[in-house]
Ligand binder design. Sequence first.
Ligand code: ASP
Length: 327
Amino acid sequence: MTPGPRKAAAYLGALAGLSLTLAACSSGADPAAYPEDDVEIVVPFAAGGPTDTVTRMIAEPMAQELGVQIVEGAGGTVAAGQVAAEDPDGYTVLMHHIGMSTAPALYGDALAYDPVADFRTVGLVTEVPMTIIARSDFEPDTLEDFVTYVQEHESEVTMATAGEGAASDLCGRLLTSALGVEVTVVPYDGTGPAMEDLVGKQVDFMCDQTTNTTTQITEGTVKAYAVTTPERIDALPDLPTTAEAGQPDIAVSVWHGLYVPAGTPDEVVEKLTAALQTALADQSVIDQMAGLGTTPVELDRATPEAHTELLTEQIATWSDVIGTQGG
Ligand code: ASP
């Protein structure tokens, strides 16, 4: 992660022997004056994917509310651990999704951070439906045909994911275990690059958020089989639900939230939460999300309390589902 100008100045100052003065201005910054410099929101996946897309939607109205620039950084899968180790001053924020709650069960002691102890929650952002999609020339035309095809071809079929524990991986596992098949998994740094390969017909299918798939489905550059919500969604009204297509157990949506390192002062968290709520109430954010099949959470869920409650409940749920043997 590249340090913002405030941190870069502090580092240079330290090198020049001015460390005491500038360090006091940096990590010891007055929470009442926050923010005095750019805020970075780090996404733990490659740029161009759905988590990045949602981050970009909220960044501008949050920046206006905070009165500073917000820069986004694609941090890769190690980003959560890196943010946990940053100064708890509110200048480095993590955007993460459901993967924050599956990581403890998947990685056990190998996980470099504790999602609860090492962070403070800022608030939930959105819950995004998933879609099951395939390359445009993949043989099956419906989910029913897809089931038969995958059961007949198993490991010849390739499934793109954003790596173990990613939403695409969870949805893909739900699907393949419901069908009793083992396909060949092709992991990417995020489903942005995975989508490029799906459109390019390099990989067969993927289960991913509507924030990454709606445009391609509408334009016909990929084939779509089903959406994983109980009801059809307005952005893709012709797409059947998994239940309608005979797979009611494939029901999952991907919640997202913002985090800061543990130890971040209350005053800073409160300002970030207020900025998040401003962004989620912004009509252009609501419209952009609607166009991609999702909505902002209700504002009383864009709070640290509601976010922590969901995070802890989801960690317990996924520990039961995945098992606590570690990854
Ligand atoms: N959609 C990805 C996932 O499967 C993450 C991303 O690239 O934003 O979790």
